[in-house]
Ligand binder design. Structure first.
Ligand code: ZN
Length: 320
């Protein structure tokens, strides 16, 4: 029986249940959560635990918490929230975003050792171990730092068999660079999920990703847009998911929202922005269940089959 590491220790894959594959319980800038938690809403722990209990009551058993150190990873509070709510939490090591300053010419091998330590010894001075690796590439493409992190993550996966989640920017086809770096390290593509796919409508490119033997991360849906940003709409994203299902990709889809319970980004917005976020996300991490799956059902998808995908596909992913 395959095992998965959570913040409360290992569980069997049959215990995962309905799993959201890319969410954030807490997200901030590096160091803020531990030093200046006042940038979160005052009741952030109570608010989080209440939200997680609501997920549990709605049949969701597991969250993959996609917050590495540079996004303010807080494994102690993740553990407390998991204990209080009964939701399994799989925490992340690896990196998101740009190169931090004051590191000199750090090597992929050094980073690989850091990430390996997070998975085998524990994160942030605790014995809480990371259960998945993460690497990211965005609109600025394959910078030296981002390629290096992909190689580091690839080294750990090759050595341990750990799974990898990729933050991508599909309008610029970053998965081509990201998968190349992982393939150069000999990573098994069956252990990789390529996230943020609904940001593109290019079915030829999505088919190319699928044909690499990876898993398809369906998230950022609904989409929250900040003033001046452009992205394809939530409705278009739903159509793209339908197109993927019609194209025979249902066996590889891993669903989530990529939202946060508590984020120093969202918690410090103007009232106008808060109102917009609340209007777009009245259901939070229940949006798939309450809004997206019903919309897909209206387009002819079987709602029971969609829900079953949130159980069967993560289990098969973590057993791969
Ligand atoms: Zn995310």
């Amino acid at each position: 029986m395959a095992k998965v590491m959570t913040v409360l220790g290992e569980i069997g894959t049959e215990q995962l249940g309905s799993t959201l594959m890319h969410e954030h319980i807490f997200a901030s800038s590096m160091g803020i959560a531990t030093h200046y938690p006042q940038f979160y809403r005052k009741d952030f722990m109570e608010y989080t635990i209440e939200g997680m209990k609501e997920l549990k009551a709605n049949g969701i058993s597991t969250i993959v918490e996609a917050t590495p150190v540079c996004l303010g990873r807080d494994v102690r509070n993740m553990k407390a929230a998991s204990e209080a709510s009964g939701v399994n939490v799989i925490c992340t090591t690896g990196w998101w975003g740009a190169e931090p300053p004051y590191l000199g010419p750090s090597t992929a091998e050094q980073w690989a050792q850091c990430f390996l330590d997070d998975m085998t010894i524990g994160c942030d001075g605790t014995d809480i171990k990371a259960g998945i690796l993460k690497a990211a590439m965005d609109v600025d493409g394959p910078t030296e730092w981002k390629v290096k992190i992909h190689h580091a993550v690839g080294m750990v996966s090759k050595q341990t068999g750990a799974h990898i989640m990729l933050h991508t920017y599909c309008p610029k086809e970053t998965p081509r660079h990201q998968l190349k770096a992982l393939q150069e390290e000999g990573v098994d593509m069956n252990k990789v999920v390529v996230d943020h796919i609904p940001e593109t409508t290019d079915m030829d490119f999505i088919k190319w990703i699928y044909d690499q033997g990876v898993w398809i991360g369906i998230d950022r849906i609904p989409i929250i847009l900040f003033p001046g940003e452009y992205a394809v709409t939530t409705e278009t994203r739903i159509k793209t998911i339908k197109n993927m299902i019609d194209a025979g990709m249902a066996d590889r889809l891993l669903f989530s929202h990529d939202v946060q319970f508590c984020s120093t980004l969202f918690d410090n917005q103007t009232q106008e922005m808060q109102d917009y976020i609340n209007a777009e996300y009245p259901d939070g991490m229940l949006s798939l269940k309450n809004r997206i799956f019903p919309a897909l059902a209206d387009m002819g998808c079987d709602p029971d089959a969609l829900w079953q995908m949130t159980i069967d596909n993560p289990k098969r992913f973590f057993e791969s």
